[in-house]
Design a protein around this ligand. Structure first.
Ligand code: NAD
Length: 472
């Protein structure tokens, strides 16, 4: 038997005995032009693991320097990454994507988000600290590609984790570039080499490897229903940020001029691809016409009766099960391009398409991710709330209300039971843009963490010193 055959035989025996990690070939190294990006997804996981172990040997001061460097490079490259994301996916607007990158860079909390806790009493002192999981597998969407990578990276590294990303295949170039830039920034301040990694060709198969690999201790998935379902069945701890269909409620007490402006800005931001963006509206009859006219004055185009059918036929299609689904060609497209595709001529520059429809029209019931907003006329705030709850489909994601009535606002907030409830502002106030509070692009709805930050990606550890250390 040759030496090579002998080695292979020993490998096979050891693999049988100890599992496949023993026989793994030494992992490859990622190139400097794509730092952290690997041909083999297992190499990406192992690299993130090694780097995470190095991170744990560094001080908290160094970790703060690492986070500061990640913010700086994200700000410096916000425009470049926005252009890349737009070119690669064809979704949204470059100017809005720059804002999303900047929000993620500047307003994602860092290590200050990690609060330890002490209990003291007759029995001494107990300390509770938030510890990292190790390597987190993060599955990211095509709709907010670079901003989600920036946001997740800051949150997860601040809490001491390494990350292996599986970006959406349709947004892989911009995500890999973001990962590489962040790693370079981390290296420049003396941080580990490949804290953030990804397979160069992310697919369903690489996603499966990440979801089942023993060194991936937690999953964070940001996307639609399918990926949430798969991740939640993986058997791993999972933070799932699923889809939404955020309704707007407008009652008779609302400041109509402001509401119209807020709705048009929120629903047209990045051509409506944000999961929190206004997707349909329930408006009481007494203010319906005034609000609709005011929205038109703010840059909305109201579809004429016969145009509603034309647009509906164009922006929806049927899937293989015969169900009505969104025509992906129109996701994230500008309102004027959607109208052009429908052969509806418009002269002025429009931001949003609106149409009065009934509450079971697909403009209301389907998460469209494009600047098309169905408006439903209702006859009381109670009817608006009831229909908004149905349209939200129990996602517990986001709802928006325009009203000056505290009792109505309170009633709606309770009934909607969403992770985010925005009052009298555009939806994006819910993620810290023109609203108080930090930013996240991963809003964990089905698993309940809500707006994720560093502390969401931690394990809680307790240490007890019995009988001592109390100073009172
Ligand atoms: P998507 O579900 O098509 O893809 C999201 C990610 O999941 C991608 O990386 C994709 O490759 C992966 N994926 C999809 N199906 C999978 C499967 N069966 N197994 C393994 N991986 C799978 O979503 P998208 O179109 O990129 O993004 C839009 C969707 O994401 C919308 O529904 C939106 O509401 C949701 N979203 C939610 C949040 C949030 O914070 N809750 C944020 C952004 C987007």
């Amino acid at each position: 038997m040759s030496t090579q055959d002998l080695i292979e035989k020993l490998r096979a025996e050891m693999e049988e005995k100890y599992g496949n990690n023993v026989t793994q070939k030494p992992r490859t190294i990622s190139s400097n032009s794509q730092l952290g990006c690997f041909e083999d997804v297992t190499d990406a996981i192992l690299a993130a693991k090694e780097s995470q172990q190095q991170l744990m040997k560094l001080t908290m001061k160094k970790r703060d320097e690492i986070i500061a460097a990640m913010r700086k490079t994200s700000i410096e490259n916000a425009e470049k990454l926005a252009v890349m994301a737009h070119e690669e996916t064809g979704f949204g607007r470059v100017a809005d994507k720059i804002i999303k990158n900047l929000l993620a860079a500047e307003k994602t909390p860092g290590t200050e988000d990690l609060h330890s806790l002490t209990y003291t009493g007759d029995n001494g002192m107990t300390l509770v600290e938030l510890a990292p999981f190790g390597v987190i597998g993060s599955i990211t969407p095509s709709t907010n590609p670079s901003s989600t990578v920036i946001n997740n990276s800051i949150s997860m590294v601040a809490s001491g984790n390494g990350v292996v990303f599986n970006p959406h295949p349709g947004a892989k170039k911009v995500c890999l570039e973001t990962i590489s830039l962040l790693n370079k920034a981390i290296n420049e301040v003396g941080g580990p080499k490949e804290l953030l990694t990804a397979p160069i060709n992310p697919t369903m198969d690489t996603s499966k490897v990440i979801m089942t690999h023993k060194d991936v201790r937690m999953l964070a998935v940001t996307g639609g229903e399918a990926v949430v379902e798969v991740a939640m069945k993986s058997g791993k701890k999972c933070i799932a940020a699923g889809p939404g269909n955020p309704p707007i409620i407008v009652d008779e007490t609302a400041n109509i001029e402001k509401a119209a402006n807020d709705i048009v800005r929120g629903a047209s931001f990045d051509n409506n691809v944000l999961c929190i963006a206004e997707k349909e509206a329930f408006i009481v009859n007494s203010v319906f016409n005034e609000l609709r006219n005011e929205m038109v004055r703010n840059g909305a185009y109201e579809l004429k009766h016969h145009e509603i059918d034309i647009v509906t036929k164009e922006v929806f299609t049927k899937n293989k099960n015969g169900e009505t689904v969104v025509n992906r060609n129109y996701v994230g497209k500008c309102a004027s391009d959607i109208l052009k595709g429908c052969n509806i001529p418009v002269n002025q520059d429009i931001k949003l398409i609106i149409a009065e429809v009934n509450d079971n029209h697909p403009f209301i019931t389907i998460e469209m991710l494009m600047p098309v907003l169905g408006l439903v006329r209702v006859y009381s705030v109670d009817e608006a709330i009831e229909k908004a709850v149905i349209a939200e489909k129990g996602y517990h994601h986001t709802a928006i209300m325009h009203s000056e009535s505290v009792p109505n606002l309170t009633k709606a907030a309770r009934a909607m039971d969403t992770s985010i409830f925005v009052k009298n502002a555009p939806s994006f106030a819910g993620i810290g843009m023109e609203g108080e509070g930090f930013t996240t692009l991963t809003i964990a709805t089905p698993t309940g963490e809500g707006l994720t930050s560093a502390r969401s990606f931690t394990r809680i550890r307790r240490c007890i010193l019995a009988g001592s250390f109390r100073i009172v």
